[in-house]
Write a protein that binds this ligand. Structure first.
Ligand code: AHG
Ligand code: MN
Ligand code: MN
Length: 354
């Protein structure tokens, strides 16, 4: 009798272990493994991309941890008193997150240069440069105005292959179109921390499980709806737009069913649009025709992602992915989201300029 009870328990345990293993196998796909699966290769390029994505994930975890405790930690919130190359007041969290990416990639061996919103010139890691074939472009904290009030912020990233030896130290090979991106994505620090990435094989989302300290695959092959009833734009700037852009927003206001959603963090607004459809706009103004958003580490990475998800990204007249920046911190107007809404905006802008 005891034997049969033991045997029953053993078999139940066995079943439990098998079930757990299966469920781990099925449910717990980590980022590094997913990259290798996507590339169907264990070659050196695939290993590099997998390692790079793991490093980005580590930066995301460190930043998420700091954000989670920011109200309790000295010197986490508020301004530094400095102004960055964009002429914007720098927050302590911008600098913290900027430094996190640098220190994480110093140890990667793979990245020779980092170009960020917070640094006038690219940051070189000389010890990596003989072997570091990649450059990381990033916006360490996107939506900085949300930090001190505990609302959503994000990080945006792109990886490009370094071309040439960059002997002048000017990183001119970065002044190329978005098609040169090997990988791009964002991390959203919201109720969950979510990392969304593409290496040119669809768009995939990973959610940070804080108890495991791992990003786990939560949404594979995300596709944006071809149309959606959301528009996201800072309407406080309405009076500064060209009439054709005013007509676009007027269209969304007056056409039935559209809702306006704007959080002050591009990553958060884009995440909503990726899942629900619609369009995000950050137009130029008469005073600043190129708008506010930066091409290399905001617009182009998100355009790469959006096209991979079946949507579009435009400056209103041409695809963001085709634009060649004149300088590292170049800006561009941005119209990004569902194909139907982006095309609608482009055609209204075209009509306005005819
Ligand atoms: P950042 O915090 O990196 O400077 O980016 C802020 C960006 C973007 O996240 C957001 O959509 C937009 O600026 C908000 O700007 P406005 O306050 O002008 O709407
Ligand atoms: Mn930003
Ligand atoms: Mn920023």
């Amino acid at each position: 009798m005891a034997d049969s009870v033991d045997a029953g328990v053993a078999s139940a345990v066995g079943r439990y272990v098998v079930t757990q293993e299966r469920s781990l196998d099925r449910d717990c796909t980590t980022l590094g493994r997913h990259v290798l699966q996507q590339l169907q290769s264990f070659g050196s390029d695939a290993q590099d991309l997998s390692a790079l994505m793991n490093r980005i994930a580590l930066a995301g975890k460190l930043i998420a941890r700091h954000l989670n405790r920011s109200g309790l930690v000295d010197d986490a919130l508020g301004f530094t008193g400095a102004t960055n190359v964009q002429g914007e007041a720098v927050k302590k969290m911008d600098i913290y997150a900027n430094d996190v990416f640098i220190s994480v990639f110093k140890q990667s061996g793979l990245v020779c240069r980092l170009a960020s919103e917070e640094m006038e010139r690219p940051y070189y890691i000389p010890e990596n440069c003989p072997i570091g074939r990649y450059t990381l472009l990033y916006d360490p904290i996107d939506g900085s105005s949300n930090i001190d009030i505990d609302l959503n912020v994000g990080s945006i990233f792109a990886i490009r292959q370094q071309e040439g030896n960059d002997e002048t130290g000017e990183a001119v090979d970065l002044l190329q179109a978005g098609h040169k991106q090997l990988a791009a994505g964002y991390i959203l620090y919201g109720p969950s921390t979510v990392l969304v990435y593409s290496i040119g094989r669809g768009v995939h989302a990973f959610t940070l499980d804080p108890s495991l300290g791992e990003f786990i695959l939560s949404h594979e092959n995300l596709k944006i709806p071809s149309s959606g009833k959301l528009y996201s734009v800072n309407e406080g700037n309405f009076g500064q737009w060209e009439p054709a852009m005013q007509a676009c927003v007027q269209y969304f206001r007056e056409t039935g069913g559209y809702s306006s959603r704007y959080s002050g963090a591009l990553v958060a607004d884009l995440h909503r649009i990726l899942f629900q459809g619609g369009v995000f706009l950050y137009p130029g103004t008469q005073a600043k025709p190129q708008g506010k958003l930066r091409l290399l580490y905001e617009a182009a990475p998100l355009a790469f992602l959006m096209e991979q998800a079946g949507g579009l990204a435009s400056d209103g007249r041409q695809p963001i992915m085709d634009i060649v920046p004149e300088k590292i911190h170049a800006r561009s107007p941005l119209v990004i989201g569902s194909s139907e809404e982006v095309r609608r905006v482009e055609s209204l802008l075209q009509r306005g300029s005819d």
